[in-house]
Write a protein that binds this ligand. Structure first.
Ligand SMILES: O=C(O)c1ccccc1NCC(=O)[C@H](O)[C@H](O)COP(=O)(O)O
Length: 207
């Protein structure tokens, strides 16, 4: 089976991370502006982006920010895609020029229903966690994707949550997402790991 799954590596924060992605060329990278150990300021992100390969698309990760705040960060950092991880509703999502990916935290079959209220460019499925809104390093039950197929056949799905080089092939075969999104699974001691990122990208592109 041939898939054309794209890959996003999220949570870049060091100059070394930019050097790595410039060599490995994932399709997307993410900067986290939400509260997190991976959080960067707009000034940090702007500086990192200055040396980023132009072929790589820049995603900003937000969590219940004000519309104005998102607009300022998107402009300063020339973001291509805005990824919303909180309680942002459709009225909020339609206020931006950039493409929007909305995150849905998957817990059970009912978790997919919320997707019907949105018309966005991407539907990001991430793992439900009591206290964390993303970057958990935990996968949800991919068996639940049968509900996704039934309800949302034509949507652009971004699969996130606990992906790593060892499980990504199975995840792609089971869910066939447009994009896979990884953070914890390509880190060692909280920092992006070149070898893990390389392995991840090789696995995704060889499925
Ligand atoms: O990465 C974070 O720390 C984070 C914090 C708050 C909201 C979103 C966050 N990350 C969003 C992402 O796009 C991650 O790549 C995605 O949640 C997957 O993370 P992981 O399970 O660690 O691969």
């Amino acid at each position: 089976m041939v898939y054309v799954t794209k890959i996003k590596i999220c949570g870049l924060k060091r100059a070394a991370d930019i050097t790595y992605v410039n060599l490995l060329k994932p399709d997307y990278i993410g900067f986290v502006f939400a509260p997190s150990g991976r959080r960067v300021t707009k000034e940090d992100a702007k500086e990192l982006i200055a040396s980023l390969d132009k072929s790589i698309k820049k995603v900003g990760v937000f969590l219940n920010h004000s519309v104005e705040e998102v607009k300022v960060i998107a402009k300063v950092c020339s973001l291509d895609i805005l990824q919303f991880h909180g309680d942002e509703d459709m009225d909020y999502c339609r206020q931006f020029q950039q493409n929007v990916w909305k995150s849905f935290r998957i817990k059970d079959a009912n978790s997919f229903k919320e997707m019907e209220d949105y018309q966005v460019n991407g539907y990001l499925l991430d793992t439900y966690h009591k206290t964390q809104y993303g970057g958990t390093g935990e996968a949800f039950d991919w068996g639940l994707s049968s509900h996704l197929t039934r309800l949302n056949r034509d949507k652009c799905v971004i699969l996130a949550g606990g992906l790593n080089p060892e499980n990504v092939k199975e995840a792609i075969e089971q869910i066939q997402p447009a994009v896979v999104d990884v953070s914890s699974g390509v880190e060692t001691h909280g920092y992006k790991d070149f070898e893990k990122m390389k392995k991840m990208i090789e696995r995704v592109r060889k499925v």
